[in-house]
Design a protein. Structure first.
Length: 113
């Protein structure tokens, strides 16, 4: 399985970004997918997940600001991030919700104050 994340960048506090993750080499639609993030000196943490049926869950720190979605026809999962703050600065990764696939390169999100 290959995962390719994109859409990161530098944004001011209060801004928005939309991340994309394209998966190949697997039957994407049957798996729950998730976004994770890792900032320097911290463990990789779960940000949001979406089941194969579209049910979603969010970390408390992003609830109400981030929205995860998926397009099974495109083998792609998205993360819409609004009202960004500097604490959201991290490298963002996607994976199965169980995090059992090899990690992609991630996409850097930097939020300036």
């Amino acid at each position: 399985v290959q995962l390719v994340e994109s859409g990161g960048g530098l944004v001011q506090a209060g801004g928005s970004l939309r991340l994309s993750c394209a998966a190949s080499g697997t039957t994407f639609s049957i798996y729950a997918m998730a976004w994770f993030r890792q900032s320097p000196g911290n463990y990789r943490e779960l940000v949001a997940s979406i089941s194969s049926g579209g049910s979603t869950n969010y970390a408390d720190s992003v609830k109400g600001r981030f929205t995860i979605s998926r397009d099974n026809a495109k083998n792609t999962v998205y993360l819409q991030m609004n009202s960004l703050n500097p604490e959201d600065t991290a490298v963002y990764y996607c994976n199965r919700a169980s995090a059992t696939w090899d990690w992609g390169q991630g996409t850097q999100v930097t939020v300036s104050s």
